[in-house]
Design a protein around this ligand. Structure first.
Ligand code: PLP
Length: 491
């Protein structure tokens, strides 16, 4: 299998090259030249473990890796760092199934792909004879940064640098990052918001001179961003796996349709679900759930992507986003794989901040339903579900759950539904406590972990978080990003 750019102006490359490059030279995203179909084999896969499904799916996409190499990557990634029943949990609550993807080391679903990315990257570098040291440079609003740090810390041949908005992440997220161990990691707080951090980092990626300077010192820059095929493809695995689990548990018969609801920000997670559907997993609707930053809801309902809107800070901060970069891949498929159309529309997005798809493309959106939930609904739904079922969900999952309820009111679908659960309630403890009527004033986030611990076991990865030693005290102005990187790499 080979990969090419959504914008057409690139040559075909192998999977390992795509993992190293991340983004194509014409600014497009890499896509596989065909999508394998596994519909005929679902029955025979039903008893596969998570790791077996991972191997089955990854072999179909990463065809320049040997089976042995992939098996090694999978074994290193999905080990006892994950505390789920079988890496993930699929938990029935009432009539629905919550696919809990947050039992990895950093308590958010980003671990599902970031746990394996370093190993895929390591092999990719060797395959392509690249001997330079890789610098993973990331700006984070909280979850990606910690997941990347955890995944890449102490991996030979790789350095990780994370910039986060000093006053723009939760206490728990900040503490997770600034206590990160590892010789090869640097964590710096930025005096600015997430947008500032992100544009500061983007400037570096676009700075040819700086990149040459790094090359001369023996480094190449890379990113752990969700547009990398090395993140996208491992995310397909849990959609396949959860469908197989439903068969195995006799909740459905092979071929029965299901719905999937995904709390969405950068459109990476739900896009993996779309690939699973294209591979033959009988998904009826992919339900795209947004918070009040509802640019995707607008797009899916009206066919217009308009970035002229106010960025809102919500209770589900990992979905606070205006430009969803992975959407470009969907646009490619909506345009029946016409790269010229994608190039044209992405040009309009860059120039005018808005684009409109034609009616044929809009018809192709029928696989999706989109909704959004505001903060009030999000918080209310957490309390309600707890009252009904004694099940605690985090704010991101609650956005999905709220949108699903609204969908059911409209459509009354008979199909079984999977709600993709992206973060542990312990990661957004204050909002969850408030939703459950637990007194939160006068208590810091760490005390609230203990409060929530009266209802559910505290995940071991944050049990001692409060007492962990702070190792990264560095804070800088936006203009000082290069200096900070230099101090770390050239010391
Ligand atoms: C990143 C994230 C999301 C959004 O996922 P995308 O792939 O960016 O759409 C949702 N919930 C949580 C908790 C996240 O960390």
């Amino acid at each position: 299998m080979l990969y090419k750019s959504t914008r057409g102006n690139s040559k075909y490359i192998t999977a390992s090259e795509g993992i190293i490059k991340g983004i194509a030279e014409d600014g497009g995203l890499y896509i596989p030249n065909k999508i394998p179909n596994i519909e005929e084999n679902l029955e025979s896969l039903a008893n596969f473990s998570y790791k077996e499904v991972a191997l089955y799916v990854l072999r179909k996409y990463l065809t320049d890796f040997t089976e042995e190499e992939l098996k090694n990557c999978i074994d290193k990634a999905y080990d006892n760092k994950f505390s789920g029943d079988d890496i993930v949990n699929l938990r029935r609550v009432g009539q629905e199934y919550f696919l809990e993807l947050y039992h990895g080391p950093t308590l958010a679903f980003k671990d599902m792909a970031l746990a394996i990315l370093p190993h895929l990257l390591d092999i990719s570098l060797k395959k392509n004879g690249i001997e330079k040291e890789v610098v993973i440079l990331t700006a984070t609003s909280g979850d990606t940064g910690k997941a990347a740090l955890e995944a890449f810390s102490n991996v030979a041949g790789i350095k990780v640098i994370v910039f986060y908005p000093y006053n723009g992440v939760s206490d728990i997220q900040k503490k997770q990052m600034i206590t990160q161990k590892g010789e090869n990691v640097l964590v710096v707080g930025i005096k600015g918001n997430f947008d500032d951090a992100q544009s500061g980092v983007k400037n570096i990626f676009n700075d040819k001179e700086y990149s040459e300077l790094l090359q001369n010192k023996g480094y190449i820059l890379s990113s752990a961003n969700s547009i990398n095929i090395g993140r996208l493809i491992p995310q397909i695995v849990y959609y396949v796996f959860s469908y197989l689990q439903l068969i195995k548990n006799k909740e459905i018969n092979v071929g029965d349709k299901i719905n999937v609801v995904v709390p969405t920000g950068n459109f990476g997670n739900i896009l993996a679900g779309y690939y699973a559907k294209k591979m033959g997993i009988p998904i009826d609707k992919l339900i795209c759930a947004s918070n009040e930053n509802n640019v995707l809801w607008d797009f899916i309902n009206k066919g217009i992507y308009d970035t002229h809107r106010v960025f809102k800070i919500t209770e589900s901060p990992s979905m606070d986003i205006v430009v969803s970069s992975n959407l470009e891949r969907l646009v490619y498929y909506l345009a029946n794989e016409n790269a010229d159309t994608v190039k044209e529309l992405m040009g309009q997005l860059k120039e005018k901040g808005i684009y409109k798809i034609n009616s044929d493309m809009k018809d192709n959106l029928k696989d999706f339903y989109a909704g959004f939930a505001n903060d009030e609904k999000t918080i209310e739904a957490i309390g309600q579900l707890y009252e009904e079922s004694r099940y605690i969900m985090d704010t991101h999952t609650s956005v999905a759950y709220s949108v699903y309820k609204e969908y059911m009111n409209k459509v009354n679908s008979k199909e079984k539904t999977i709600i993709v659960s992206t973060a542990s309630p312990f990661k957004f403890t204050r909002s969850v406590c408030r939703a459950m009527g637990i007194e939160d004033r006068l208590k810091d986030d760490f005390q609230l972990i203990d409060e929530l611990g009266l209802y559910e076991n505290v995940p071991s990865s944050i049990k001692d978080l409060k007492d962990r030693q702070v190792l990264h005290k560095s804070i800088c102005e936006i203009e000082e990003i290069r200096e900070k990187i230099g101090e770390f790499l050239f010391r």
